[in-house]
Design a protein around this ligand. Structure first.
Ligand code: G6P
Ligand code: MG
Length: 216
């Protein structure tokens, strides 16, 4: 039976998908690489370095390893400048109540974000204490859609993957949840989420009783 819910952060709980998007777009324009919404969508849920590699697929020239590191750092600087100002107002509507309702139902909560900025964001949003376990992205070597990060979250909660539900706004995340052997809830309208077991328009629509059969 269901014992834990594992949340993605960016685009599910925090209104940061647009901030990541804008930072990559700025970098792309500075180095003369085309960037459209299709590329933007592919970057969702993908870690910093893998995102850069996707971006550079469009590049007419090759970049050296030190150049790539500098580009990834530059993108992160742009991103950090924005989230520096973040507070509870940057939670997506309904996100905090969704997490709290899971806890009230007696289930455990974990965070499976590829972002190395996740601990900082949790503090700024004021929700760090709502999670029983937060995966350390520095210890994850295979990016979503690999199941590693969701499996690490289940292990951290002391639960079997089959006892967990994953909540994601990205196609790579839904694939990661499924390869981990968990039920996947998609958040958003995008076609890219067609594989989700249940698709909700936003996190405010997330109701744990949909899965536990209990009300309240
Ligand atoms: C999340 C976001 C991605 C981001 C990744 C790494 O998965 O959805 O857009 O690239 O985290 O974030 P970081 O903050 O470590 O660069
Ligand atoms: Mg996300």
């Amino acid at each position: 039976s269901l014992k834990g819910v594992i949340f993605d952060l960016d685009g599910v709980i925090a209104d940061t998908a647009v901030v990541h998007h804008a930072a990559w777009k700025k970098l792309a324009s500075e180095i003369g690489i085309p960037f459209d919404d299709t590329v933007g969508e592919r970057l969702k849920g993908v870690d910093r370095r893998a995102s850069l590699d996707i971006l550079l697929e469009q590049s007419p020239r090759a970049f050296t390893e030190p150049e790539k590191e500098a580009l990834a750092t530059r993108k992160n600087d742009y991103y950090r400048q924005q989230i520096e100002r973040f507070g509870p107002q940057n939670l997506l509507p309904g996100a905090k109540s969704a997490i709290e309702s899971v806890r009230r139902a007696g289930l455990k909560t974990a965070l499976a974000s590829a972002s190395r900025n996740a601990p900082l964001l949790l503090e700024k949003l004021g929700i760090a204490d709502l999670f029983d376990y937060v995966v350390d992205a520095n210890h994850i070597s295979r990016a979503k859609p690999d199941p590693e990060i969701f499996l690490a979250a289940a292990r951290g909660l002391g639960l079997a993957p089959g006892e967990c539900l994953g909540v994601e706004d990205a196609a790579a995340g839904i694939a990661s949840i499924h390869s981990a052997g968990m039920t996947a809830v998609g958040i958003g309208q995008h076609q890219a989420l067609a594989e989700a077991d249940l698709l909700l328009p936003n996190v405010a629509a997330f109701d744990i009783s949909l899965f536990t059969g209990q009300s309240g």
